[in-house]
Structures are given as C-alpha cells and as structure tokens.
Design a protein around this ligand. Structure first.
Ligand code: PLP
Length: 365
C-alpha cells in the first residue's frame, strides 16, 4: 500500500468559486489564472472546473502549450509577456495575447515577423513597482505600440499591491485613470481581493478581472474575512491517515526539540504528512487539523514525513483514521487552508504551490 497521503482537486468548487467571482463583478469577463501550474493544483486538473472562464492567464509558454493541448481555443494571456524575441514566434503560433511591460518588449515586437498582428495588454506601474511603465512614460509606450504593424488591439492593465489591506486601491486607481481615461481599449485591473471587495465599482471590475486565489478557495483578505464570508469553497484538500498512536503521561514531550510537553495524560496520533509533502514545518502546537472530520490541533513540531495531533476531541480515533490537513474532511467538515497558512506565518498561495511532487493527486466533482 502506498503511504496514505493524497491531494484532491475539487472541480465543482472551482466552478462555484468562478461563478462567485462573476457575481461580484457583473458583466466583466474573467481570466482563469493558471500560473504556477494553477496555483499548485495542476493545469490539467483544474481545466474542467474552469472551462467557463473567458480566457486563461499564465506566465510560462510551456503552460500555454498545455492549455492549448487541452483543446482550449479561446484567449490565453501571458501575464509577464515574453522574455526573449523568439518567444514571440510561439505567441504567433499559439495565438497568445501578451502583456507588454517594458521598452525591451516593444523592441522585440518591432523586429518580430508575423502575418497576424498580436493583441497586447500594456501594463502600467501604478505604484506596486514591480512590472509596468511608470505613469509618465505610459502614453509614449502606447504611441510606440500603436505605430507597429505587429500590434493589433492594445488593452490596458495595472496590478494592485494592497487590494486586500488597509492602504487599499484608491491611489493606484487614480494614477491609472489620470493617464488612461481618454485612451481606447479594454481594461483589466482587479485581482481576487479587488474583485470581491470593490467589484461593484465599474472602474475596478472594468472589462476583465484576474482572480486567482479566490477561485482556488482562499479568502484574499483573510483574516479580516474568511471563505464563508465570501461564499467560497476549498478547491484543494490535503488528506492523510493516522499511522501510529502514543499515550503520553504528564511531563512527556513530543517530537524533535521536545517543543511540546503534556501537562496531563494525553493520547496523540502520528500522521503520515510532513514537510517533505509540502506541509509547512512552521506549523506547530495549535495548528488546526481535522481527525475523522472533528476539529483538533497539532502538538509539537512536524518533521519530514510525520506530524502529531492531539486525539482528545476524538477518543475513538485509531490507526487508519482520516486526517484532513486542509480542505474538505469527512461528514461535511471544512478546514480552510487560510487557517493553516496563518499558523505557519504565511499565505494560502504558498501552501498550495508547495504540495510536493511525491503527493499523489486525485480529482473529484
Ligand atoms: C497572480 C496574478 C493575479 C491573481 O492574483 P490573486 O491575488 O491570486 O487573485 C492577477 N494579476 C496578475 C498580474 C497576477 O500576476
């Protein structure tokens, strides 16, 4: 028997989360964001659930080829554009739309030979200072692109740094509007947080939204709001089983470093899941977990292949009992990945992307 750990991707949850994003942003079209192998879920595994998207957005040309290989003939957007001139040949061949965020990419387009002009998304750096043209240089870039025979339609985009937090998006929205208000073309601004929190504002939802994390069942502004507040469902479950049980006496310790000491008699379960499966080592005593669908907690520090859980809430638990590290558990129980990420001092994005190659994946409806 293989080690009893597995990950499951839930197609129906993806479908419902995508529909939830649409309801938050009436009339906007939706990019299904499948970069980083669909936030660790696997592009091929999420494709059915995200079929209703208006397009797929990603970073990697190989990922674009995989989406085309699935039979997708609709729009695909390269979120960082091309990295070298010959990437444009594949863009032409696969009919990809691509971001243009710097002058080098315009130079590459200018020497590219194509019969079919490209649709591009010109990106403004409205304050995040990652990719994009500064507002003062944006119109010059637009004018240059407009003059190229290699370019068909020019759409406009920017990305928010604080849509999930206190600073908000108003300053970036203003910078974007000031420079672009009289330019033609479609617009795309909103990530999941902006779509959920500001989707009622037509200037924010614009023509295309770009929701990633919300579609994957994490609340973008957790812990201010959780997935039940936003009406989202987990799309990824990490599950395993108890492979050992220990009865501790008062004063007994657990695991490497003896970071946990029992203050009374305590029954613990040893679970086949560790940091070599992608479960964060920073999760220690108190991290939530489900045993047979009952909410409980980790005790002690997890190791490479195992972690330990307090069995007090489930006295009937034994070797073979089901453990849910995050996602959907037995009996309708849910453990949002956001709660585990918080216990690890990180965000759900990182946990999703980190599930290790040795963990077998399933898909379910
Ligand atoms: C990843 C990404 C998104 C999606 O962001 P979420 O916070 O996951 O919704 C949107 N736009 C761009 C440019 C991205 O790189």
């Amino acid at each position: 028997m293989p080690r009893p750990i597995s990950a499951t991707v839930h197609a129906e949850a993806l479908r419902q989360n995508l529909a939830r994003m649409r309801r938050a942003t009436p009339d906007a079209r939706v990019w299904g964001i499948v970069k980083a192998n669909a936030y660790g879920h696997g592009i091929e595994r999420v494709f059915e659930g995200l079929r209703a998207a208006d397009g797929f957005a990603l970073l990697d040309l190989q990922e674009a080829e995989r989406v085309r290989a699935l039979g997708w003939r609709g729009a695909i957007l390269l979120l960082e554009g091309v990295f070298e001139t010959r990437d444009l040949e594949l863009c032409s061949r696969l009919n990809l739309w691509h971001v243009v965020h710097c002058d080098d990419q315009i130079d590459m387009l200018a020497i590219h030979k194509t019969h079919q002009p490209h649709r591009v998304f010109l990106k403004m750096n409205s304050g995040m200072n990652r990719l994009g043209f500064a507002p003062a240089r944006f119109r010059a870039a637009w004018t240059r692109l407009q003059a190229l025979p290699q370019v068909d339609e020019i759409s406009l985009m920017t990305h928010f740094s604080d849509a999930d937090g206190e600073r908000g998006i108003a300053h970036q929205l203003r910078a974007f509007h000031e420079v672009t208000h009289d330019l033609p073309g479609e617009r795309s601004l909103a990530n999941s947080a902006a779509a959920l929190r500001h989707g009622d504002d037509a200037a924010v939802r614009a023509d295309w939204i770009r929701p990633g994390i919300g579609v994957y069942g994490s609340a973008p502004d957790y812990p201010e709001h959780d997935i039940s507040h936003w009406g989202l469902q987990p799309t990824l479950t990490l599950a395993s089983r108890i492979i050992g049980v220990q009865q501790l006496a008062p004063g007994d310790t657990v695991g490497y470093g003896s970071s946990f000491t029992a203050d009374g008699p305590l029954r613990i379960g040893v679970v086949a899941c560790g940091y070599a499966d992608g479960y964060p080592r920073h999760c220690t005593t108190g991290t939530p977990v489900l045993v047979d669908g009952v909410h409980g907690r980790l005790v002690g520090r997890g190791s490479m292949d195992m972690l330990t859980v307090d069995l007090t809430p489930v006295p009937e638990a034994q070797i073979g009992s089901a453990v849910t590290l995050w996602g959907h558990g037995p009996k309708g129980a849910v453990l949002p990945i956001d709660e585990v990420a918080r216990a690890a001092g990180t965000v759900a994005y990182e946990l999703m992307c980190a599930v290790a190659a040795r963990v077998p994946f399933n898909t379910s409806e």
